[in-house]
Design a protein around this ligand. Structure first.
Ligand code: SF4
Length: 116
């Protein structure tokens, strides 16, 4: 499916190149100055955007515990994963780096504690 051109700002390095991308015959076609790392990023961002989930969840004693996934998950599944993450029980004694869920939503990423 083709679509109109859109602009993507590459976040891989501080140069923040602005790249125009258009889908032609199902493939992203990039315009503008772009290096190989940026090309990979922009293609992924257009075809299958991925993000690290960072949030806080409540522990059993009511404290807010900062957590994040240890890998990227599809951006379009973020809300569903967030709902699941919010229901994961957090024990009273928890440490930074502790894994709360090994395979979150079957996506092959762990949910780990980053702050208490
Ligand atoms: S396209 Fe390359 S040079 Fe430009 S911001 Fe991305 S990584 Fe940096």
């Amino acid at each position: 499916m083709d679509n109109e051109a859109k602009s993507v700002v590459c976040v891989i390095c501080p140069l923040s190149c602005k790249i125009t991308v258009e889908i032609k015959n199902g493939e992203p076609v990039l315009q503008g100055k772009v290096c190989p790392r940026g090309e990979l990023y922009v293609k992924s961002e257009v075809l299958n955007p991925l993000r690290i989930l960072t949030t806080t969840i409540k522990s059993e004693d009511g404290r807010r515990v900062a957590v994040r996934t240890d890998g990227l998950i599809p951006k379009d599944q973020m809300l569903e994963v967030l709902k699941v993450a919010k229901k994961i029980p957090v024990p009273h004694l928890v440490e930074r780096g502790q894994v709360l869920e090994q395979n979150l939503c079957g996506l092959g990423v762990a949910l780990i504690v980053t702050g208490i």
